[in-house]
Design a protein around this ligand. Structure first.
Ligand code: ZN
Length: 140
């Protein structure tokens, strides 16, 4: 697993996990990556601040990066709470359920669940747009 800092064309920054760098390129080329804040599909890897620095600056750099993670985590936690409150959890049936909703014009249910990269690809081929968000732990 590899973590990337990503940035959308509206300047939102967020983190996401990928199994390897090819997976990021592949998903991004197929426009399967979304900004978690505005759903923009123009996603770039954001340039990370180099961690090589003089000893004097080490403390400050570490502090800054921890603080960023904390802010990011709080936002993701809010997002998670919102989703849990307003969406129905369907787990691994997600791709099946999302098709039912997509093809039934009267069905407007909001759901969330898990999909494999392959399922995401198939859904994208059918024109079904998905938003994926990093799922943060509630505790700690
Ligand atoms: Zn954005």
């Amino acid at each position: 697993m590899i973590k990337y800092n990503l940035k959308c064309h509206n300047g939102h920054e967020f983190e996401s996990w990928f199994s390897n760098s090819e997976e990021f390129e592949k998903l991004n080329n197929k426009k399967l990556l979304d900004c978690i804040y505005c759903s923009s599909k123009k996603i770039k890897k954001s340039i990370m601040a180099p961690m090589i620095s003089s000893k004097k600056n080490d403390t400050e750099q570490i502090f800054t990066s921890n603080r960023n993670i904390q802010i990011e985590k709080n936002k993701l936690l809010k997002l998670r709470n919102y989703i849990e409150k307003n969406f129905d959890f369907v787990g691994k049936d997600f791709s099946k359920k999302v098709r039912e909703i997509y093809y039934d014009k009267k069905n407007n249910k909001a759901i969330y669940g898990t999909a494999t990269p392959k399922e995401r690809e198939e859904l994208a081929d059918e024109g079904i747009e998905l938003l994926s968000i990093p799922w943060v732990d509630k505790d700690n």
